[in-house]
Design a protein around this ligand. Structure first.
Ligand code: TXA
Ligand code: MG
Length: 333
């Protein structure tokens, strides 16, 4: 495994490795992706092996421009085109009926394919360079071990995947910091499968109609189960008003809690790890996974997380925190 700073030679080398069926980790504006040639079953199988991920979980196909939508999907509804026009390149994934040639190894055997045009300049350069070699798309889940927190810098990828990756393109810290918003279409009805920093209001406005609640006709999203995205240490969401009392109780019981606070200040007598997260949802999301990784590494027996506000701007952060707090025994991508 090599970590390379990004320059044209590194991007060209990465595209060539993808062409040869190797794995390349690369930055996107959300989190780092573990990339493979989306047209090669052999290459995509290596992604699943590297992550330790079950084979029936679909992976997102990253493409250079919205024009590629018709290569990968069929019967694309107008609403999906409106969302692509409004938010691509950007942190939005569209789940659409797959084109006939799209492999089960990408769709997890479902009849849909997830597509995204990432905005990060390095992802854009890599997709363009890969297209020049004849590549049609890069299949990339988050570049973490199955069950762990998504990586938001090159070091996180190296810690999780190390030798399994031929090359990690180091593009610094990811700006958004949590995974893309996922919207699935069933006919013309759009459903939010995973909240992200593009909020439901913005999507509804661009669609010109409300989002439907996911129902049984919604595409299965393995890995979007409650305990996805979890640290190894047990985590608990605690209302701000109870955070100090809960922390002190644990210290009195000779436990070793760590805290991720947002508005509550660290008391002078606090002996354990105490991290302070930004007060706004964008800043909070940007630092969230690095905060969780650092807290996880602190050797605490429990992480107390100050619960975020209940308003819609915090929906995606709340979603990830609830998953982090739900435990680590389930199914996670
Ligand atoms: O921001 C992101 O979306 C990042 C970057 C690298 O693009 N990728 C990412 O991929 O988070 P992953 O595989 O870790 O999470 C994607 C989620 C999974 O839960 C997967 O089951 C779901 O999207 N998904 C992908 N394709 C799908 C499909 N066709 N139908 C339903 N769910 C799908
Ligand atoms: Mg993931």
């Amino acid at each position: 495994m090599t970590i390379r700073a990004v320059d044209p030679a590194a991007v060209a080398a990465a595209a060539e490795l993808l062409r040869q069926g190797e794995l390349v980790a690369f930055p996107t504006e959300t989190v780092y992706g573990l990339g493979a040639d989306a047209a090669s079953g052999r290459a995509v199988a290596r992604v699943f092996a590297a992550k330790g991920r079950p084979a029936d979980h679909p992976v997102i196909v990253h493409v250079a421009t919205a024009a590629a939508i018709d290569h990968w999907a069929r019967g694309v509804p107008d609403g999906a085109r409106r969302l692509a026009a409004a938010f691509w390149p950007g942190p939005l994934t569209l789940v659409l009926p797959r084109a006939a040639h799209v492999g089960d190894f990408v769709t997890g055997g479902q009849d849909t394919v997830g597509l995204r045009v990432p905005a990060h300049p390095v992802a854009q350069q890599l997709l363009a360079a890969f297209a020049e070699t004849g590549g049609t798309g890069i299949a990339a889940p988050s570049a973490n071990r199955f069950g762990h927190i998504s990586p938001t810098c090159a070091r996180h990828v190296a810690e999780d995947l190390g030798a399994a990756v031929a090359l990690i393109l180091d593009g610094g810290a990811c700006e958004v910091g949590i995974e893309s918003t996922i919207v699935a279409f069933a006919g013309d009805d759009a459903m939010l499968l995973r909240p992200g920093m593009i909020g439901a209001e913005a999507i509804t406005a661009a669609l010109g109609r409300p989002l439907q609640a996911p129902d049984r006709s919604a595409p299965r999203t393995p890995g979007a189960l409650a305990s996805h995205y979890a640290p190894h240490t047990r985590a608990l969401l605690v209302p701000a008003t109870l955070l100090l009392a809960e922390g002190r109780q644990r210290l009195e019981r000779d436990e070793n809690p760590a805290v991720l606070a947002r508005t509550v200040a660290r008391p002078d007598e606090w002996t354990g790890e105490w991290r302070h997260a930004p007060a706004d949802p964008g800043g909070y999301a940007h630092e969230l996974y690095d905060n969780l990784r650092r807290l996880d590494a602190a050797g605490a027996d429990e992480i107390l997380i100050e619960a975020p506000p209940a308003d819609s701007r915090w929906l995606a952060v709340r979603d990830r925190l609830q998953r982090a707090a739900a435990g680590i025994d389930d199914d996670r991508d």
